[in-house]
Ligand binder design. Structure first.
Ligand code: TRP
Length: 456
């Protein structure tokens, strides 16, 4: 095992790890997906359960992922292989890395399509007169139904992602995240200020936080769990890959809590903003994936300087998606560099081209191929559900079991190196018992929902 370094380099300091991991975590999941999932699942109860999953399962699993990555110091696939061997465990555990790398590229394919939508919206607001339209929400339908435009924006986004990944993540990522994350926060705070002037802020708060258990189905609980993994970039090795570049001497506990809190804040603020607009303008809470695109431009159209602010906002969303997308590709690319001896450029292309093609199919599944369904969903929706609700929780479950039960305890203690013994013990209980039982229980409860889903 390499000493204090991975062949891919090391972060400059703890803050760059926090920034890069936050860059991975904060993305479309927070601004696009969280609000519409909360809307589709009836608000309050979904949100509270999601928050519990983030705290009780997400953050402990994140600590486990960073710990495994830093100990293994390689791509997740090879890290899991090495760690399984050094704990005399079955080769099966190496499979966690594979499951993750595959989940990552599947997510990237549809993620890039949505990021393309966001980029297109930046262009439409700045140059296309979108904000002058009388019915802004309905413009979205016209846009997604254009196969050429949506495919082109997706292609541009893929080029952006692969360029950074091919260059090695230190060059591009560390710098961009340092500037972009704070800018995104400022922008969201500004929008939050606007939301309080809509007259519907209180309604948004009660929609998101009022506990309404009658809205909870097994499917909603599974979606909340899946989304906790999705939003924190967990369960597929992205954070493990970044952990491999983390210097040895830093403590992990505080680091992961900071990332979890920042990620949650962004999602909650985005939710408050979006639902204030929904209620103020009589829009549909359950609009689904189009929600962000139907609401935020309405707000910008009512603000002084809305064209500039709106354009900037969608550019920042694109950047947030960019730093996330990079982490989706990293496990597969890093593995190819290590194992096949490819250059980063070649590895980025070998991973990127199939992802790009699959993404094209996802973009077309929203227009000319919308009749083609897999188990009742269009391709984009199917890939999202398959990865978010099945692959990520399964990956998280296996990671928790591996870190809690399979890996040698002395290795775990040494790597986590928490000075606070009580906190360490709390983590051990979470990772050995709470996380595995919680995940298994939620997944088990949804088996019926899946069977229905599969038989459709
Ligand atoms: N967390 C990102 C978001 O919320 C998406 C993402 C990046 C991701 N890397 C991941 C999701 C790894 C799951 C696994 O937008």
């Amino acid at each position: 095992m390499a000493e204090n370094k991975s062949i891919h380099g090391v972060w400059q300091n703890r803050w760059t790890f926090i920034l890069a991991a936050t860059g991975s975590a904060v993305g479309l999941g927070n601004i696009w997906k969280f609000p519409y999932m909360a809307g589709e699942n009836g608000g309050g109860a979904f949100v509270l359960i999601y928050l519990v999953f983030v705290a009780a399962i997400g953050i402990p699993v994140m600590l486990a992922e960073v710990m495994l990555g830093r100990r293994g110091r390689q791509s997740p696939i090879n890290t899991m292989k090495t760690l399984a061997k050094s704990s005399d465990a079955s080769k099966f555990w190496g499979g966690i890395g594979w499951l993750g790398a595959i989940a990552g590229v599947l997510i990237l394919s549809f993620y890039s399509v949505i990021a393309g939508w966001a980029m297109a919206y930046a262009g439409k607001i700045i140059g296309g007169g979108l904000l002058d339209q009388t019915d802004i929400p309905s413009q979205f339908g016209a846009f997604v139904s254009d196969p050429v435009e949506t495919v082109l924006w997706h292609s541009l986004f893929m080029v952006m992602v692969l360029t950074v990944v091919a260059g090695g993540i230190h060059k591009g990522l560390e710098k961009s995240v340092q500037f972009l994350m704070p800018a995104l926060f400022v922008m969201l705070i500004l929008l939050l200020g606007y939301a309080t002037t809509t007259g519907s802020f209180g309604e948004a708060v009660s929609f998101l936080f009022k506990f309404n258990p009658e809205a909870l189905t097994a499917d909603a609980v599974l979606s909340a769990l899946g989304h906790a993994f999705f939003t924190l970039s967990l369960g597929m090795g992205a954070i493990m890959a970044y952990g491999a570049y983390m210097p040895k001497e830093h403590s992990l506990g505080k680091t992961v809590v900071i990332i979890g809190v920042l990620d949650t804040l962004v999602a909650v603020v985005a939710g408050l903003v979006i639902f204030s607009i929904v209620f103020a303008n009589g829009l549909d809470t359950a609009a689904g994936p189009s929600l962000m695109f139907k609401t935020l431009p309405v707000a910008f159209s009512q603000m002084p300087g809305g064209i500039v602010l709106g354009g900037m906002f969608f550019i920042l969303v694109t950047f947030a998606a960019w730093t996330s997308a990079i982490s989706l590709a990293e496990p597969a690319v890093a593995w190819m560099v290590e194992t096949a001896g490819f250059s980063r450029i070649k590895a980025a292309l070998v991973v990127g081209i199939p992802v790009w093609l699959l993404g094209i199919a996802c973009a077309l599944s929203q227009n000319i191929w919308s009749d083609v369904t897999i188990l009742g969903s269009d391709l984009l929706d199917f890939l999202d559900k398959l990865t978010t609700n099945i692959m990520l929780p399964l990956g998280g479950l296996l990671i928790a079991i591996f870190a809690g039960w399979i890996m040698r305890r002395s290795h775990v203690v040494k790597e986590v190196a928490m000075k606070n013994f009580a906190l360490f013990n709390i983590w051990i209980v979470m990772i050995r018992i709470v996380a595995p039982i919680g995940i298994a229980f939620v997944m088990y409860n949804s088996i019926e929902a899946w069977l229905v889903f599969i038989n459709k």
